[in-house]
Design a protein around this ligand. Structure first.
Ligand code: PBG
Length: 329
């Protein structure tokens, strides 16, 4: 008896069959669009390193977000660029921070949009680090993990007070998810979930973002609090800890060079996994596309689909708006 030749190709013969056997789908529901906000009116300044992305004033962002919501994109994440920076990043939580102003406006004008806020110090500190600075055992300046927690709590509460639907701490200080959860619950924000940047690597792929958020560290780097790209087991511990501390969603960041981490998280945790398709991943393709070297739409949709295939439930991506249009074509 002879076996028939296995022909994998017959399942790819036409688009209808391909559709029927497709294992992963990308939907507009999976997308979260990042935006950068600063004070002013009518501001829409293009970010050089991220073509097609802008620093917005709150009023200008309203129209943009209406468009985004009409396209069906469910959520956005906000990053603030303050007028003044200081060593404690106080413009992130004192007075009427730019992110809070924006949240309030968006929740009145575009209530259907889920507004997530990035909680971190680096946009607001004059030294550009993600936490307050103390002194380490060698007498050198270093990020003070425990001293930063109360600042992150204040920032989270300010965002929740303004009406944020979800807070997303991106600082990578140990213990911050628990502190933020306890404080939110105490202030009657039990319904505000935490999306934790859990496995956040010390990555060169954040380069363009630091330009956008005007937040490069003024000394040293972030390797004492962000993760070593060489490590997977460390990511497992970070993710498990954040889950135990009360994270409702855990994030892996960046996405494309870390698909194995996303896959591990998807197989081993029961909370939804978010992946951040970061600025460098975006700008690389964008630059190639602008040179005519790559088809942006195909390459972007392929990237996003592959991030989903790896196990992400949702993707933070600068292509969210474009992808929503492409998916509707
Ligand atoms: C702030 C923060 C960063 C990003 C998101 N939140 C920068 C950093 O940690 O240096 C990067 C996002 C991107 O590159 O698109 N802590």
């Amino acid at each position: 008896m002879s076996f028939p030749l296995v022909r994998m190709r017959r399942m790819r013969r036409n688009e209808t069959i391909r559709r029927m056997v497709r294992e992963t789908t990308l939907s507009v529901d999976d997308l979260i669009m990042p935006y950068f906000v600063r004070s002013g009116t009518g501001v829409k300044d293009e970010i050089k390193s991220m073509p097609g992305n802008y620093q917005w004033s709150p009023d200008a962002l309203v129209d943009e977000c209406k468009e985004l919501a009409d396209l069906g994109v469910p959520g956005i994440i906000l990053f603030g660029i303050p007028d003044h920076k200081d060593s404690e990043g106080s413009s992130g939580f004192v007075g009427d921070p730019i992110v809070c102003q924006t949240v309030e406006l968006l929740k009145t004008k575009v209530p259907e949009l889920c507004v997530i806020t990035d909680v971190c110090m680096c946009e607001y500190t004059d030294h550009g680090h993600c936490g307050a600075i103390g002194t380490n055992r060698d007498g050198n300046p270093d990020v003070d993990n425990d001293g930063t927690l109360e600042l992150l709590v204040k920032e989270s509460l300010a965002h929740a007070n303004a009406g944020a639907d979800m807070v997303a701490p991106s600082d990578m200080m140990d213990g911050r998810v628990q502190e933020i959860r306890l404080a939110l619950d105490e202030e009657d924000f039990q319904d505000v979930p935490i999306m934790a940047y859990s496995a956040k690597y010390a990555s060169a792929f954040y380069g363009p973002f630091r330009d956008a958020a005007e937040s490069p560290p003024q000394f040293g780097d972030r390797s004492s609090y962000q993760m070593d790209p060489a490590n997977l087991k460390e990511a497992m511990r970070e993710i498990e800890l954040d889950e135990v501390e009360g994270a409702d969603i855990v994030m892996v960041k960046p996405a494309l060079p870390y698909l194995d981490v996303i896959r591990w998280a998807a197989d081993n945790t029961d909370v939804p996994i978010a992946a951040y398709n970061v600025s460098g991943e975006f700008s690389m393709l964008k630059a190639a596309a602008m040179n005519g070297w790559i088809d942006e739409k195909r390459a972007a949709l392929e990237s996003l689909l592959c991030i989903k295939r790896a196990g992400a439930k949702m993707i933070l991506t600068y292509w969210a708006k474009d992808a929503a249009k492409w998916l509707a074509e």
